[in-house]
Design a protein around this ligand. Structure first.
Ligand code: GDP
Ligand code: K
Ligand code: MG
Length: 298
């Protein structure tokens, strides 16, 4: 191995919903690309965050939740999560120190037993537990799987994240720089914009609107006031959900739009005019055409 060799590779992040995968990715990439929420399974696509240094590049894949499929959307999520594990150079299995090992973790561990690449155990949220409790917590997992290495981290506060990145960089194979230095995600802006709008809906409507809500960005173009005009449709399954999203006198939809616009302007560095519609489609989750239109390709 020569001194100037460039190291690169793809790293999948797996773990139960809410363990902090998106928080970690956002910290590493330094910009808001993965949707974050307290609710389970808000990440439905493979989102790649790219971390580039002078000598290395790590392309992260934020996998959707691995769980038993209930419909076509679940199936898509499950397939893309499983296939991601076979395409990568390393896997980060993230767990939360705050939570007990559960059925969700053992289900993932069973999948990881088939993986040939190194699997790292990332114990996140160490800021929430007493240091003495860490060792027994880790041993529980080590009894189930032989991990390449264990990293206790706090994705929120940043503890030990640099050490983890340095280790990954060292262990990735020699390879090309896949993406330019300044690229942080390979998803088009449309996708990030729709995720930001979805995030605001979930944030503001709490448990009243389910995760099946989808946002489709129809158009983005510059208007004559030199603003970026974005037109997007929010797709729900039921009348009641449409009512909640629109709110009394359109108040809720207005708030969703205001908050989303702020984040989009921040992300794109541009003045934005955001126009939102709400549409009902009773069976969109089982409708493959929609999945394709929305970019969920198998
Ligand atoms: P994901 O579903 O695995 O992508 O989880 P998220 O990144 O969306 O995080 C779920 C919740 O856990 C959010 O409220 C985060 O702020 C919180 N969280 C993530 N990392 C940490 C951490 O290191 N410490 C603490 N205290 N909270 C965290
Ligand atoms: K989440
Ligand atoms: Mg997530």
């Amino acid at each position: 191995m020569s001194e100037t060799a460039f190291h690169s590779g793809f790293v999948a992040i797996v773990g139960r919903p809410n363990v902090g995968k998106s928080t970690f990715l956002n910290r590493v990439v330094g910009q808001k690309v993965a949707i974050m929420s307290n609710k389970a399974q808000t990440t439905r696509n493979k989102i790649q965050g790219i971390y580039t240094t002078e000598h290395s590049q790590i392309v992260f894949i934020d996998t959707p939740g691995i769980h038993k499929p209930q419909n076509k959307l679940d199936e898509f999520m499950m397939n893309s999560a499983t296939s991601a594990l076979n395409e990568v150079d390393a896997v980060l299995f993230m767990v939360s120190a705050k939570d007990r090992m559960g059925a969700g973790d053992t289900f993932i561990i069973d999948q990881l037993k088939k993986v040939k690449q190194p699997v790292y155990l990332i114990v996140n949220k160490i800021d929430t537990v007493h240091p003495n409790d860490l060792a027994p917590f880790v041993e529980q997992y080590q009894a189930e799987l032989d991990f390449a290495q264990v990293f206790p981290i706090s994705a929120l506060q940043g503890n030990n994240v640099d050490e983890l990145l340095a280790t990954l960089n060292q262990n990735l194979p020699e390879g090309p720089q896949y993406y330019p230095d300044d690229q942080i995600t390979d998803h088009p802006e449309y996708f990030v914009v729709s995720e930001l709008i979805r995030e605001k809906i979930l944030e503001l409507t709490r448990d009243e609107v389910p995760h099946s809500v989808a946002v489709n960005v129809e158009r983005m173009r510059r208007n004559d006031q030199d603003k970026l005009k974005i037109e997007a449709t929010i797709i729900v399954e039921r009348d009641g959900q449409k009512g909640i999203i629109i709110g009394k006198g359109g108040k809720m939809l207005k708030e969703i739009g205001t908050r989303a616009r702020r984040d989009i302007e921040h992300l794109l560095g541009d003045k934005v005019y955001l126009q939102l519609w709400v549409k009902i489609d009773k069976n969109w989750r089982d409708n493959q055409r929609y999945l394709n239109e929305l970019g969920y390709q198998k």
